[in-house]
Design a protein around this ligand. Structure first.
Ligand code: 3UK
Length: 543
């Protein structure tokens, strides 16, 4: 944004702003088209919630779950009262970081809006985190306040003993609601600058120390203006549902920001395993579903073999992200429900999805095209764009981009003005972007580059395979060999003959040199709370 258009920050506590990367370490930002022209002053809570109520949508259904059912006006009223508790009772000043800890629920949504209305910075945390992991986040972001779902308070109380910055911890599920109910109605949202920080999302990362990615109020509205209207195209009568936690920006966008921006409604349910999710879709007559590829696969298998009898006929659109979508899973979901999945790659650093395909563009094995508002390219190791067809590093720029909180890894994610996601991709002849692997998951075996996910996609086509993960195993002769970890469907024996069958099957399906020379069987595979396969754990198991 040109300096002249910049509004003064509303943040009194400048901790986060002071720890933004220096201008030369930021990616390029592009704001093309009328939907991406933002005023200098913008509070995304006002834009998403206050404006909905003001423009006459107050009585419409907004959020359900945990036995609650709130209209836009009711969510706004609850968020206003919580904002008053934060400011009047707990001394919150604009710029303070507030930890949110809880399973997805309407109260968690109200807390998120309360923090952002008050000019605070919302810091989500995954429900499964333990005291040590919570303490690392609290220390890194110097968090002063926490709002916590009562049953999850123990780990946070334990973290608090090591965290002097965390002065105020309030539980909801009783205490916070009682305090909020005693407050008068209404709250004047803090008039933040468009580039004040609204949230810090810690990366779900499958390895290493968590990174805090910072996002402006403007970034939230940019995410709402790009992928949803161009690819998802929701309607005001849609009912959103899904499994990703609101602490994961896939969930925050898909289950809170996007439904509200569309004036649709959302169902927020606690950690939704595939069985819980299908039951909730049926119960709430949900129309738009967000979850990870493995969850679609598990739901499809249960529907097809009759274990699941839930009525999913209300579903209209299904979105898959978080991991590469194998073509076999796309086909299974279509077979089970008749619905073509909408795949999209997003990242915590870019806030949400930047390459995707709608139902018409969707093609097995391809993620899709750059979402309007974003540009994408494939770069070689020297940073130059590669010709079509060649595998290289995925590079993206648009209205959102990587801004780590005080982290030297900024220089890895952002190079030459591009955001480098760490994924190896190629552009196919039809212009669609095809995922290969995480850059550091490429297996180099006997001089060949082999992408683990391609071998996984082939194995998933075999009827005996429920789940699988493919990694490189160090090998004296070849450098690495392809090793497959396999979870078999019930009723199949994990023996030599199965191994030969699967190896032959891969050789028949993709180039024979890619077949797994080593095969191991497991009862389950290690995954993060967001559904990503933890390949590093499989790799550790091989050494
Ligand atoms: C991988 C995908 C292939 C890819 C996310 C949608 O996953 C999200 O954010 P994370 O920071 O991870 C980012 C990385 O995950 N990935 C995600 N989606 C796909 N790979 N196809 C996909 N469709 O390696 C990427 O770099 O946890 C996804 C929206 C918001 C998000 N934060």
């Amino acid at each position: 944004m040109p300096a002249a258009q910049r509004a003064a920050s509303a943040h009194i506590d400048t901790f986060a702003r002071d720890r933004l990367p220096p201008p030369q370490a930021l990616p390029d930002f592009i704001f093309e088209g009328p939907a991406l022209q933002f005023p200098a002053r913008l509070n995304c809570a006002t834009a998403l919630l206050g404006d909905a109520v003001q423009r006459g949508d107050g009585a419409r259904l907004c959020v359900q779950g945990a036995g609650l059912r709130w209209s836009f006006a009711e969510l706004q009223a609850q968020a206003d009262r919580i904002a008053r508790v934060l400011v009047e009772d707990l001394g919150l000043v604009p710029g303070n970081r507030v930890l949110l800890r809880g399973a997805n629920s309407p109260m968690l949504a109200a807390c998120w809006f309360a923090v952002v209305k008050a000019g605070g910075i919302a810091v989500g945390s995954m429900p499964l985190l333990r005291a040590g992991e919570l303490a690392a986040i609290v220390a890194k972001a110097q968090i002063s306040h926490a709002l916590c779902d009562a049953p999850l308070a123990d780990e946070l109380l334990r973290a608090q003993t090591q965290c002097p910055s965390l002065r105020h911890l309030l539980r909801y599920g009783g205490e916070l609601e009682a305090r909020a109910a005693a407050k008068p109605a209404g709250f004047d949202d803090v008039d933040t600058a468009a580039d004040d920080i609204a949230l810090i999302a810690f990366t779900s990362g499958t390895t290493g120390v968590p990174k805090g990615t910072m996002h402006h109020h403007r970034d939230v509205m940019a995410a709402c203006a790009c992928w949803p209207p161009h690819v998802l195209r929701p309607r005001p009568d849609d009912v959103f549902i899904g499994s990703p936690p609101l602490a994961f920006t896939f969930g925050l966008g898909g289950l809170l920001l996007f439904p509200l921006a569309a004036r649709a409604s959302t169902v927020l349910i606690e950690k939704a395993a595939p069985e819980t999710l299908t039951a909730a879709i049926a119960r709430y007559r949900a129309t738009v579903c967000f979850t990870a590829p493995t969850s679609y696969r598990a739901m499809a298998l249960a529907l097809l073999d009759g274990r699941c009898t839930d009525d999913l006929s209300s579903l209209r659109k299904c979105v898959s992200a978080g991991e590469a979508l194998p073509a076999a899973t796309r086909a299974l979901w279509k077979q089970a429900t008749g619905i073509e999945l909408i795949d999209g790659i997003g990242s915590t650093e870019l806030l949400h999805i930047f390459i995707s395909a709608d139902e018409q563009q969707a093609r097995g094995g391809a993620t899709g095209l750059p979402v309007p508002g974003y540009r994408a390219a494939i770069l070689g190791d020297d940073g130059r764009e590669l010709p079509r067809g060649e595998v290289g590093r995925l590079a993206v720029k648009g209205p959102t981009g990587c801004k780590y909180l005080d982290d030297p890894r900024q220089a890895q994610y952002v190079q030459h003005g591009w955001n480098l996601t760490g994924d190896a991709y190629r552009i196919a002849d039809d212009g669609q972007f095809e995922y290969q692997a995480r850059t550091d998951d490429m297996i180099v075996s006997g001089g060949y580059n082999i992408a683990g996910p391609e071998v996984e996609a082939a194995l998933l086509l075999h009827p005996a395979v429920a789940e699988c993960g493919v990694v490189g195993e160090p090998d004296e002769a070849r450098g690495m060999v392809v090793k497959a970890y396999i979870v078999l469907k019930p009723g199949h024996a994990a023996d030599e003959s199965m191994t030969r069958t699967l190896q032959d099957f891969v050789k028949q399906t993709i180039a024979p040199y890619k077949y797994p020379r080593a095969v191991a069987y497991r009862a389950s595979l290690p995954r993060t709370e967001t559904g990503k396969l933890q390949r590093f754990k499989l790799r550790d198991a091989t050494t």
